[in-house]
Design a protein around this ligand. Structure first.
Ligand SMILES: [Zn+2]
Length: 317
């Protein structure tokens, strides 16, 4: 047992750590691994070669991915990772990465949704007068942790103009009421936080959460399909906030979102494929699947939804 755990750890070190020779333009800074995705767009993950993403000896690193987008005038950091306790230089390391890459640009932080694994390092920036925050009303409208004088509250449809680079804020509620995705115009890249999961399932925590998600997912897909938004659907990459969870899939794209729509449709038709799942919470006890996409939700909520539609599906166990 011990030996197999060690082998797994070694495997994780070799293959799950982001910086190896197959990944160009990648470096580690303290507990963070920084990878260039496109010119002026970076992935910053709270994992490194000593504590790689995913499973390893002594637990797991459910690291999350921040994304940094540079325009000519402004730099936008999307999300603030877990609150890192396993390295003592996390705050200074993240500040160094942001300041080094952003240079003299005005520095802005936005956050995809109000969960601790995406707001964890707020303490590294909250008191920095050079940083301003732009935040979703429904998740952060009354959040006193952010400096009110440097915070702008927004709704879906807001456009970040970084100087030659624009991002659209899109409401994708469901995982949380105020979850947002951010689409980089002309780059076929959308940063979705946990709004559609990262490949292993989007967690929907309540009965009403599913009804929100139905609207949020439809909103995201219709934004991407709108010809005026100029998205090349064949080339789109959906960047979730827990990239390691996509496993062997090379990337998530439009088909992933269409399969997610398939899960929603199957649930609404009371013919969802599902299997038991144990996330440690009773309200997340089943994975509902369609194609490559998964909604993690509860059998009680599913049965209740079916009953609302007049379809009796019996007790699910
Ligand atoms: Zn998360």
């Amino acid at each position: 047992m011990k030996r197999s755990v060690l082998l797994l750890a070694a495997f994780a070190m070799l293959f799950l750590s982001s910086c190896h020779e197959d990944v160009p333009q990648c470096f580690e800074e303290g507990p963070y691994t920084v990878t260039t995705l496109q010119k002026g767009i970076y992935d910053i993950e709270d994992s490194n070669s000593s504590n790689p993403a995913g499973v390893q000896e002594g637990g797991m690193n459910n690291c999350s991915n921040m994304y940094l987008v540079l325009g000519k005038k402004k730099a936008l950091l999307i999300d603030l990772s877990n609150d890192i306790k396993w390295a003592d230089n996390a705050a200074e390391s993240l500040r160094k990465v942001f300041y080094d890459l952003a240079g003299k640009r005005e520095k802005i932080i936005t956050i995809t949704h109000a969960h601790g694994d995406h707001t964890g390092m707020l303490h590294a920036f909250a008191d920095d007068p050079e940083i301003s925050f732009v935040l979703s009303r429904k998740d952060f409208g009354n959040d006193k942790r952010f400096p009110q004088e440097r915070t702008t509250i927004i709704d879906g449809g807001y456009v970040f103009d970084l100087g030659g680079v624009k991002l659209d804020a899109i409401d994708v509620q469901g995982h949380t009421p105020g979850s947002m995705a951010f689409y980089v115009e002309g780059r076929n890249a959308v940063f979705t936080g946990d709004a559609v999961g990262s490949g292993s399932g989007v967690w929907i925590f309540s009965f009403d959460g599913f009804k929100q998600f139905e609207k949020g997912l439809a909103n995201l897909i219709s934004f991407l399909e709108e010809p005026a938004n100029g998205v090349n659907l064949d080339d789109l990459t959906v960047y979730g906030a827990h990239a390691w969870q996509k496993g062997e899939k090379p990337k998530l794209g439009m088909q992933y979102l269409y399969d997610m729509q398939g899960v929603v449709d199957d649930i609404n038709a009371a013919k969802a494929q599902w299997e038991p799942y144990n996330a440690g919470f009773p309200m997340l006890n089943a994975n509902f699947k369609h194609g490559e996409s998964v909604i993690t939700w509860s059998t009680d909520s599913y049965a209740r939804l079916c009953a609302e539609k007049g379809i009796e599906i019996g007790i699910l166990e």
